[in-house]
Design a protein around this ligand. Structure first.
Ligand code: FAD
Length: 291
């Protein structure tokens, strides 16, 4: 089933994101992800998306896990795919594999530049930006195509206006809906919605919610994705830096509060970054009244 159909019903859609196990272990030996999935399925999401590991470490498992979510658990799935570092032939073969495994939905991304290769030359690659992957997927396949959006601008962009222009290019290339990067102040999302509407982006833009459960994790995450921390969240992180259990509780409340406010403001759904933590996902979503 194409996931855009979920957003055509007038009910907020719950989607969950998981990541494949880090090591390239054979799929059947990786019991943990299936235990996590088992517990996430109980939350009755409309679909589960599976990330595509940067640098190749977890790539092999994405298609397999997305296929199992759909075929073994009976829940729709979406496979993420990054094109940086892949040749056109690689992409053709991954797309073919996805279709053979019954996957209907793809989150088409460029991906980050390799962290340990400062001289990495994107110009020498077959793909330079997500829009090129999106155009190709649209031309060659019948997948429902999803893309990433950045309410605070992508970290490489000099100006939000530039980033918005490139976002519009992705949508015009055939994107069915967008999922946002995490943000910690809902105002950022609401303002982004106004800006995207003003330039004619008229596909659903699903807010991505990331729970801050560890003080140290948030610093690294923000360093990588460029999201800003509002003062009230910073106060919590500072207060509970040395009290991990209290930080988890405060992080659960904060994320639940964000979701409640988003739902009250009529968002098409919530894309929840589970970080493979099923128990905390359940607590947050229950608190927010979504499960
Ligand atoms: P693009 O849309 O190509 O944008 C990248 C940058 O290039 C932006 O600054 C944009 O403004 C600029 N740009 C775009 N087009 C042009 C152009 N024609 N000319 C000049 N500049 C241009 N990463 C993973 O490795 N695995 C995942 O599974 C994964 N899942 C994600 C899920 C979501 C919901 C989000 C929001 C991000 C995810 N990421 C993932 C991170 C993503 O790969 C990085 O943010 C990456 O740096 C950008 O990918 P993109 O598809 O947004 O790139």
């Amino acid at each position: 089933m194409k996931l855009i159909e979920c957003y055509q019903q007038n009910k907020p859609v719950l989607s969950l994101e998981v990541s494949p196990p880090r090591r390239n272990a054979p799929i059947d030996t990786v019991a943990q992800i299936f235990d996590t999935l088992h517990r996430l399925v109980e939350l009755n999401p409309s679909y589960i998306s599976v990330t595509y590991g940067a640098g190749g470490s977890t790539r092999g498992n994405t298609v397999e896990i997305a296929s199992r979510i759909k075929n073994d658990y009976g829940i729709e799935s979406m496979a993420h795919l990054t094109c940086v570092g892949h040749s056109r032939q690689d992409i053709d073969s991954i797309l073919k594999q996805m279709a053979e495994k019954g996957i209907d939905n793809i989150l088409a991304l460029r991906g980050d530049m390799p962290e340990n290769e400062p001289d990495y030359d994107i110009k020498s690659q077959d793909y330079h930006y997500a829009v090129e992957l999106i155009r190709e997927v649209k031309a060659k396949t019948d997948f429902c195509i999803v893309a990433a959006a950045y309410p605070e601008g992508h970290p490489e962009s000099r100006r939000l206006s530039q980033d918005l222009h490139h976002l519009k290019e992705k949508v015009d290339a055939g994107v069915d809906f967008l999922i946002t990067q995490m943000f910690f102040n809902n105002r950022v999302y609401y303002e982004f919605m106004e800006r995207t509407a003003a330039i004619g982006v008229n596909v659903p833009i699903v807010p991505g919610v990331f729970p801050v459960l560890h003080a140290r994790q948030i610093r690294r995450t923000i360093y990588l994705c460029g999201a800003s921390i509002p003062a009230d969240l910073l106060r919590l992180v500072d207060k509970y830096e040395d009290q991990p259990a209290e930080m988890v509780k405060a992080g659960i409340d904060y994320a639940a509060g964000q979701i409640v406010d988003l739902l009250e403001n009529g968002v098409p759904g919530i894309h929840f970054y589970t970080m493979n933590k099923a128990e905390q996902a359940r607590e947050i979503l229950q608190k927010a009244g979504m499960v």
